[in-house]
Design a protein around this ligand. Structure first.
Ligand SMILES: *Cc1c(COP(=O)(O)O)cnc(C)c1O
Length: 385
């Protein structure tokens, strides 16, 4: 669909140029959004489009662009990140064994627990940073559903080692690449069978859509995921996909700025007197630093922050910020934060006072000034400073 590139181009250029209509005189530069539930069709339905739950031309350009960024042959857009995860996990027959990080997106864990309760599936929760423990858990497993860095604890997995160990044992691997984005790491090149995304987050990037996607090189998995989408009806609306592609065009600019902001804020937070602990893989002392430096491009823009003063101080910081938005979700242009354990469903091993910061693309000095005033004010109020 896009013009044949003159040479291999960089990911930022792919984000801008992939999935464009053919260059024809008078033709549009952007793919049109087609709002039609059905297509003209009579008699024997051949290969043409029939009905939008099965396929619609507005999906293709987004799918093609994301697949190019992830370096996979098939990109498949679905109605949410959870729809993408459910589709990628596929059938888990009774007796199936799934290995998953103990700190993973809480709804992913809830989804697996639901399967476990209904269908006699075994879920092995592991510390994904502990390579030996994960490899041991892969024995007799059917699926590894990995996150790295993890949500919300930012543990970094040794993805090349884990994916190789899974492959040797015939274990299917799905990597949730939402936090890193394809600019931060490309799990298919590291040996994964499937990549899933909450497109809601960085890929769309503006907190205005909920969408998901699967990318794979495996034809059989791609066919299964497309069948899942049609049979379960987990489809994306054309307007949402239009917005996601529009967001994807600036992914490299947003990620570069957000990552740079996060590196700088993590460094300053680590030296702040009102802070007990900061987690961000950019910090030389962070447990995930060496691994992230070796296998990622950049360190991502999510920070784990534990203010001094425990849970009450953490809640007070959320109330005291003015620029940062108190909200769940992440990966938007606007910086946001929340205390994760406010959800009863969050893992109990996530500290009560952990704030998850999603660093956006605002001016870093403004972000810092707001955090600094909030932390200092809360510490003073608690008699800690
Ligand atoms: C948000 C999120 C999901 C779920 O995506 P939705 O689009 O909300 O369904 C899955 N994995 C991770 C890591 C997420 O942050």
């Amino acid at each position: 669909m896009s013009q044949h590139p003159i040479r291999e181009v960089s990911p930022g250029t792919v984000a801008v140029t992939a999935g464009r209509p053919p260059r024809v005189q008078g033709g549009p530069v952007n793919p049109p959004v087609v709002l039609s539930s059905t297509y003209v069709s009579a008699g024997d339905p051949g290969g043409e489009r029939l009905y939008t739950r099965m396929d619609t031309e507005t999906w293709g350009p987004f799918e093609e662009t994301l697949a190019a960024l992830e370096g996979g042959r098939h990109g498949i857009v679905l109605g949410s990140g959870m729809a993408a995860i459910a589709a990628a996990v596929g059938d888990l027959r009774p007796g199936s064994v799934v290995v998953v990080p103990r700190h993973a997106y809480q709804v992913t864990l809830g989804f697996l627990d639901d399967r476990a309760a209904r269908y006699d599936v075994e879920v092995r929760r592991v510390d994904v940073a502990d390579t030996d423990a994960v490899v041991a858990a892969l024995d007799g497993a059917d699926l590894l559903l990995a996150e790295s860095p993890t949500n919300p604890m930012l543990e970094v997995a040794d993805l090349p080692a884990l994916l190789a160990a899974a492959r040797e044992r015939g274990v299917r691997t799905v990597v949730d690449n939402t936090f890193a984005t394809p600019l931060g790491q490309r799990p298919l090149a590291l040996g994964a069978d499937v990549v899933v995304h909450s497109v809601t987050k960085y890929l769309a990037g503006h907190s205005d859509v909920v969408l998901g996607a699967v990318v794979t090189d495996d034809d059989a998995i791609a066919a299964d995921v497309r069948a899942y989408r049609t049979l379960h009806g987990a489809i994306a609306g054309p307007m949402e996909v239009f917005l996601a592609l529009r967001g994807l065009r600036t992914l490299h600019l947003r990620v570069e700025r957000a990552n740079a902001n996060a590196d700088e804020l993590a460094r300053r937070l680590a030296a702040h007197p009102a802070v007990a602990e900061v987690r961000h893989p950019s910090l030389p002392g962070d447990p995930g630093h060496e691994r992230a430096a070796a296998q990622m491009n950049g360190f991502g823009a999510i920070i784990g922050l534990r203010p001094r003063g425990g849970r009450a101080a953490a809640d007070a910081v959320v109330d005291a910020v003015a620029l940062w938005v108190p909200a769940t979700s992440l990966g938007g242009v606007e910086s946001s934060l929340e205390r994760r354990r406010r959800f009863a469903t969050e893992s109990v091993t996530v500290p009560e006072d952990l704030l998850r910061l999603s660093v956006g693309v605002e001016d870093v000095e403004d972000l810092w000034a707001d955090l600094d005033q909030a932390l200092s004010r809360v510490a003073a109020g608690q008699g800690l400073a």
